[in-house]
Design a protein around this ligand. Structure first.
Ligand code: HEC
Ligand SMILES: [Cu+2]
Length: 457
């Protein structure tokens, strides 16, 4: 063949192959959000990402100059798919003091893109790679001194979906653990510079999820509803520590350990995530409440910030989880149940108003779970205390709270046949809670003294 025609043919073929794929710009999301599943074939994907150095909050009253991808720590979640051809455009903000680059663990090629993406302040670098291997990968800055760029916040997750996608779930979240090495100790207020010596000693002051203490707490908690399946994409940016990732009160139904694409374990309590590694966990939430995400190297959770929340809303499921059903005095030598001497526990309260107030507190912590906040009970299971004719018998109601109650009982003409546990309350607690109940909800209104309770023991 004429060599020129050969070259032309080859060029046309390349163009034809290239043109099969549509060109799209990747949607990037910041933690804890994850872009929607892709539901598309391979494409030319353009990713635009900017590095910048910004002062943000590390903890209440503590600020830090973070080096970032996209102005956030962690950087955005990048979602692409197997066989995508990616054009990566990394821009470094003109105000940056440092050059930056990116090493994507999803890249097969020298440095994961690091050398090709080295970008001075005020410049943009472009490089291309093909996403050959599906999985969940860390990306990070790899500009020298590498440890310092990572320690200052330059990392994120990139998911390469397998062709065909991952199994469908109801919720997906992005959680990334990392540590910070500040000049002063945990919680010391003010602006905190980076401490290189501590970083070398691996002596972290902060260990956090999603870049700051409290980034996943209270109103920023992850959310789900009872019965839903949740998938967490969890990364560990390090720079040094290995995470013992655990969700208090949950079990990982499926685990894709180390970010590999096949679930390789079921029913896992705690999983290791290496520094510069990732994992995917899936679980169904069965009971409402707050589940706590921790690094189970537990001082990190309670003393350094590695604590997040998943709030699950929905119907109580007392079969899966009952809540506390009783609290009785434990006496190894056996014998009758006895509570501590009241005088040792608490001084006697003076006025009726004080006793009602104290009784309300006892009620909310010991009774409301079954009899409900407004004493209305639950038809068929827990009898009402609001307007209960049973309460007209003062001695019977004292005995019930003191010793518990089981067997058939009729309240306001309705039959109940459950078990009310003895709760191990003191004489004054019982006197106060009954006085409180009696003062409310159209009940008889009499006062009950600790002495009256004592006489029933
Ligand atoms: C674990 C659930 C549970 C808790 C907690 C509980 N109860 Fe009950 N309670 C019951 C059940 C069930 C009955 C009915 C027992 C039966 O059928 O024999 C009952 C019955 C009663 C009755 C008699 C019936 C009525 O409705 O008047 C009183 C009074 C009472 N409880 C008061 C209390 C007080 C006060 C507390 C907190 C100090 C409390 N209970 C905590 C489950 C509970
Ligand atoms: Cu950098």
């Amino acid at each position: 063949m004429n060599p020129r025609i050969g070259v032309l043919a080859a060029t046309l073929l390349l163009l034809a192959v290239a043109c099969e794929k549509p060109t799209i710009e990747a949607e990037l999301t910041f933690a804890p959000n994850v872009p929607a599943p892709l539901d598309r074939g391979p494409a030319h994907v353009i990713i635009k990402l900017e590095t910048s150095e910004v002062e943000m909050q590390l903890a209440d009253g503590v600020t830090y100059t973070f080096w970032t991808f996209g102005g956030h720590v962690p950087g955005p979640f990048i979602r692409i798919r197997q066989d995508d051809e990616v054009e990566f455009r990394l821009s470094n903000h003109p105000d940056s003091k440092m050059p930056h680059n990116i090493d994507l663990h999803a890249v097969t090629g020298p440095g994961g893109g690091a050398v090709s993406s080295f970008t001075a302040p005020g410049h943009t670098s472009t490089f291309r790679f093909q996403a050959l291997k599906p999985g969940l990968y860390i990306y990070h800055c790899a500009t020298a001194p590498v440890g310092m760029h990572i320690a200052n916040g330059m990392y994120g997750l990139v998911l390469v979906e397998p062709s065909g996608g991952l199994p469908e779930v109801d919720r997906e979240y992005y959680v990334l653990q990392s540590e910070f090495y500040t000049k002063q100790g945990f919680g010391k207020p003010g602006h905190q510079p980076f401490d290189m010596a501590k970083a070398i000693r691996e002596d972290a002051e902060y260990v956090v999820f999603n870049g700051a203490v409290g980034a996943l707490s209270d109103e920023k908690a992850l959310k789900a509803k009872v019965g839903e399946t949740v998938r967490l994409y969890v990364g560990n940016g390090g720079p040094n520590l290995v995470s013992s990732f655990h969700v208090i009160g949950e079990i990982f139904d499926r685990l894709y350990s180390e970010g590999g694409i096949h679930p390789n374990q079921e029913n896992v309590q705690t999983t290791l995530i290496p520094a510069g590694g990732a994992t995917m966990v899936e679980f169904q939430v069965d009971a409402p409440g707050t589940y706590i995400l921790v690094d189970h190297s537990i001082f990190r959770a309670f003393n350094k910030g590695a604590l997040g929340m998943l709030k699950v809303e929905g119907e109580e499921n007392r079969v899966v989880y009952s809540g506390k059903v009783s609290d009785e005095i434990y006496r190894p030598e056996g014998g009758a149940i006895q509570t501590l001497d009241d005088d040792v526990r608490k001084p006697e309260l003076e006025t009726l108003a004080q006793r009602i107030e104290a009784g309300k507190n006892v009620y909310e912590h010991n009774c409301a779970a079954c009899h409900q906040m407004s004493g209305q009970g639950i038809p068929g299971s827990f009898p009402p205390l609001a307007g209960s004719d049973y309460l007209r018998n003062k001695q019977a109601s004292i005995r019930t709270v003191l010793h518990g109650l089981k067997g058939p009982v009729t309240v306001n003409g309705k039959q109940f046949n459950g078990v009310m546990p003895a709760l191990g309350l003191s004489d004054s607690e019982i006197a106060n809670v009954l006085t409180y109940i009696n003062s409310k909800w159209n009940n008889p209104g009499y006062e009950i003294s600790p002495a009256e309770v004592r006489s029933q023991r």
